[in-house]
Design a protein around this ligand. Structure first.
Ligand code: SF4
Length: 284
């Protein structure tokens, strides 16, 4: 059984930098640190951080002292002020691309556009963009049905911004609907890393040699789940968090196993999965 990795997979530049910043903080003795939300959406990374002495918390007020770490997805700008008022130091690992979206949204809003974020209202990145805004100045939506439920003609101009981890092509129908209602300008806020991983996953799905695909990543990671959706269209595909999730029966007739991984999956987890697939082969 041969393993074929996608041409692009795994950690993006933003997550790699965030991971390194937190590890450096821990190595320099920063044990009094708390990460607000997962530094990246991967349970193994959360465990690894906890072992380094940096716990993950869900709310800012759970951090009583020390350093608060903001994850690669970013936070609402007011969190910086709140953290300072609580006497916390800040280690900000927000990805620069996420800051670009904050800036683009601010600029469009100041020019009078109504903001439309294509994304999940529960995703931390989207919460970061929206929580501090007046709710009458924006909408968050994902589907045409959601878009159809709103009267857009009351807005002279819309600015569409995408959650960086989404595939813009999949939301074309939603944006076309908006364009049929009023004037729309789109921000190009899809992260290249996400798109490259998605394109490479599509190539793996199209590869006639590949019999099944393993998508490695956190169950809560939006971009990992998108990769899984793409792969499932062409091949039997399984979303796994690591080697423990493998089932021998998946590989009964497999000759070539494709592997891809979400933007928050560390390299060592992907290596472990490949080794476990090799071990299955030895025991076949
Ligand atoms: S996927 Fe893109 S936007 Fe998100 S953290 Fe990575 S580099 Fe930044």
């Amino acid at each position: 059984m041969k393993v074929k990795r996608a041409e692009k997979y795994g950690f993006c530049a933003g997550v790699r930098v965030a991971d390194q910043k937190v590890k450096r903080f821990a190595q320099l003795g920063g044990s009094d640190g708390r990460i607000l939300g997962q530094v990246v959406h991967n349970e193994r990374v959360v465990e690894e951080m906890a072992e380094l002495g940096v716990a993950t918390i869900d709310q800012l007020d759970e951090a009583a002292r020390g350093t608060i770490i903001f994850s690669a997805h970013g936070v609402p700008p007011s969190f910086h002020e709140q953290a300072r008022q609580r006497g916390l130091k800040i280690l900000d690992t927000t990805c620069p691309f996420v800051y670009d979206v904050h800036e683009e949204a601010d600029r469009a809003a100041s020019e009078g556009a109504h903001l439309v974020f294509i994304g999940s209202p529960r995703h931390r990145e989207v919460i970061g963009y929206t929580r501090d805004r007046d709710p009458s100045t924006y909408h968050v939506l994902l589907t045409v049905e959601e878009a159809e439920a709103i009267d857009w003609t009351v807005y002279a101009r819309l600015k569409v911004l995408y959650q960086t981890t989404l595939n813009a092509e999949e939301y074309e129908e939603v944006v076309r609907y908006l364009e049929s209602q009023t004037e729309v300008s789109r921000a190009d806020t899809i992260c290249y890393a996400t798109k490259e991983n998605q394109d490479a996953a599509r190539m793996l799905g199209d590869d006639p040699e590949v019999d099944l695909i393993l998508v490695v990543g956190g169950a809560q990671s939006a971009n990992t789940r998108h990769l899984w959706e793409i792969c499932k269209q062409d091949k039997p595909s399984y979303l796994i968090q690591g080697p423990d999730d493998l089932h021998r029966e998946w590989f009964a007739d497999a000759r070539v196993v494709g592997i891809t991984a979400g933007a928050s999956t560390p390299d060592y987890v992907i290596d472990e999965v490949e080794q476990a697939v090799g071990a299955l082969e030895e025991n076949r």
